[in-house]
Design a protein around this ligand. Structure first.
Ligand SMILES: [Zn+2]
Length: 191
């Protein structure tokens, strides 16, 4: 289990009901950030064997207002500029540690060519070339992973990778990439 306990402050969205996982993690559903509805959703055939970490390379998000604006912006960009059917990521996490549902669990994403059918893509909201991920964000990711393992969405022997491990990109940014060691240690000691 994750060793960090969460103090949840400022994560009440106006009238938005999130769902609570076993680790007291609140995941804000698509409906709460006014995601455009999507008709076609392709399911993963098996539990994911990789978790691929990204950054959005956009503005830092510490409040629901900043985060929801960014979610809407990204979904629009992915649909209209990149011709994806939906926001590409499975989940997004902001610097306050709030997790937002993108495509969600068990759905094929559009975030890492050739790995979309075998992975879950999680994006940290901000630009982590210079900014460091917050402890809240890392803790929430840890709780999300525990939930994914408990529910069988992730293979027990899944691996955590940065986008740059599988593609020619700077993503997820130097600061976030270097803190993945901490995250892996946290997971290894707790699962
Ligand atoms: Zn990426």
């Amino acid at each position: 289990m994750c060793t960090h306990t969460h103090t949840h402050t400022g994560r009440d969205m106006t009238g938005a009901a999130g769902y609570i996982t076993g680790q007291q993690l609140t995941v804000i559903p698509r409906s709460a950030w006014k995601a455009v509805d999507v008709q076609t959703r392709e399911r993963l055939h098996e539990p994911a064997d990789k978790l691929i970490i990204h950054h959005t390379a956009l503005w830092s998000c510490w409040s629901p207002t900043q985060s929801v604006a960014q979610l809407i912006h990204i979904q629009q960009a992915h649909i209209h500029e990149r011709s994806f059917t939906d926001i590409g990521y499975n989940f997004l996490v902001d610097q306050a540690g709030v997790v937002y549902e993108g495509r969600g669990w068990g759905i094929v994403g559009a975030h890492a060519k050739t790995h979309n059918h075998t992975s879950v893509g999680v994006a940290f909201m901000g630009n982590f070339n210079d900014e460091s991920p917050s402890l809240q964000a890392l803790s929430s990711l840890c709780a999300l992973i525990q939930h994914g393992l408990a529910k069988g969405y992730l293979q027990p022997n899944f691996v955590i990778l940065g986008h740059r491990d599988v593609a020619d990109t700077q993503c997820p940014g130097e600061k976030l990439y270097s803190s993945l060691h901490t995250l892996k240690t946290l997971i290894n000691h707790t699962s």
